[in-house]
Design a protein around this ligand. Structure first.
Ligand code: ADP
Ligand code: MG
Length: 384
């Protein structure tokens, strides 16, 4: 939890008044379903107990004052000057105000002071955390009646249209809609979302999230290439998206290009794994998720070719150290892995991965044990 006293003090320093309230939104991790979103498929993320917290209040003027405690920076803009492409970290917040106003909501001058314990740029969605916390704050401050899925969509508009990052709805949907001890099954075509229980602690499990801290390189180009392959393959197969492939063997028989065949095999089997994970979690069988995590990793490594040596070493070490199942999570080429472990084992397994990294000459990873946490909302002033 970010330091709420420091947050409120910084708000007082910026305005000379008390904030109207505190709001939060969490980062997220994707349990399973990688590169399925842009194929109209399925994802299953859960929210982390790491979050962005915002102290916010209405102003009498038309200024938007934004402060980040992490970056120790203050940016002021006039509401009339908000325009896509302004850049910098403040664009994620200014983009939310812009998206709300574009959608016809009355949002006036506001001071937003924020602090987050979601690591920046680690693939745990620090960006959606600050966007969704801002949406939560502004909807309350200006008494806007916006259903939760629409709030997530507005946060996505901020990221896509204002910041200029072409991401799917997964991050904002998870940060807004998730509930404690639950995952969010999201159909990326219909945008239908369903809660699914993930009582990890109750069933004696833990989830390790380990950041390999591998610098992402060539990510944009590789991401674009994967997307293009999927679209080409779907065109050859005569389906709107790879989500519509129902018979994998038949589809593979129609594809002459080996790269297309591998990419299609990943997307189709990954969608099946998400559906299976959803059914298993609904039936309360969390242990059975482990082999799906393993299979997802192998598919990303061999068919989608989006893992890197650090990530593979982290997954292999976690498995040999006793994790029940493990996979890379996120877009790939670095970032985080998750491992399903027995309760009380996540930290030891993290340490074993760190030892393997040191032995291989890799930089030190960082890790924590994750509990599926609730999505965005107003924070009690006591921090509860
Ligand atoms: P991720 O969402 O995986 O963490 P992104 O690149 O999508 O990575 O978003 C990271 C960006 O979000 C940062 O570079 C910064 O601009 C913004 N951001 C996130 N958290 C903060 C924060 N606490 N203070 C200022 N900017 C932040
Ligand atoms: Mg992001």
């Amino acid at each position: 939890m970010p330091d709420l006293t420091a947050l409120t003090e910084r708000y007082r320093r910026a305005t000379g008044t008390e904030p109207d309230g505190l709001w939060f939104a969490p980062g997220r991790v994707n349990l399973i379903g990688e590169h399925t979103d842009y194929n109209d498929g399925f994802v299953l993320p859960f929210a982390l107990d790491r979050k962005a917290v915002i102290a916010a209040g209405r102003r009498d003027d038309s200024a938007l004052v934004m402060v980040s405690l992490e970056l120790d920076d203050e940016v002021t803009m006039d509401l009339a000057d908000l325009a896509p492409g302004s850049g910098g970290w403040a664009a994620y917040l200014a983009g939310v105000v812009w998206a709300l106003r574009q959608a016809g909501h009355q949002v006036g001058g506001t001071t937003i002071v924020m602090s987050s314990d979601v690591p920046l740029g680690a693939g745990l969605s620090s960006s959606a955390a600050i966007e969704c916390a801002a949406v939560a704050a502004l909807t309350d401050l200006y008494s806007l009646d916006i259903p939760k899925m629409d709030r997530a969509k507005l946060a996505r508009v901020a990221e896509n249209a204002y910041v200029g990052a072409p991401t799917g709805l997964l991050d904002q949907a998870a940060s807004t809609l998730c509930e404690a001890d639950a995952g969010l099954f999201l159909d990326c075509r219909t945008l239908e979302a369903q809660q699914v229980p993930l009582p990890m602690a109750e069933q004696g499990f833990e989830i390790l999230v380990l950041d390999t801290k591998t610098p992402h390189s060539h990510v944009d180009g590789e991401y674009g290439a994967r997307r293009a392959s999927c679209e080409e393959a779907a065109a050859v197969l005569g389906v709107p998206a790879l989500r519509d492939v129902t018979d994998l063997d038949d589809a593979l028989g129609q594809l002459a290009d080996e790269t297309h065949r591998k990419r299609v095999r990943h997307v189709v089997t990954e969608n099946q794994r998400v559906l299976e994970a959803f059914e298993l979690a609904k039936a309360g069988n969390l242990a059975a998720l482990a082999p799906l995590l393993d299979a997802s990793h192998v598919s990303m490594r061999d068919d989608y070719e989006i893992t890197v040596p650090t990530v593979d070493l982290a997954v292999e070490t976690a498995r040999s150290a006793g994790a029940l199942g493990a996979r890379m999570t996120g877009g790939g080429f670095g970032g985080c892995i998750i491992a399903l472990t027995r309760a009380g084992e996540a930290d030891r397994i993290g340490q074993e991965v760190a030892a393997a990294f040191a032995a291989a000459g890799y930089g030190a990873p960082e890790w924590f044990s994750a509990t599926p946490a609730p999505g965005a909302g107003r924070l009690d002033p006591t921090g509860a």
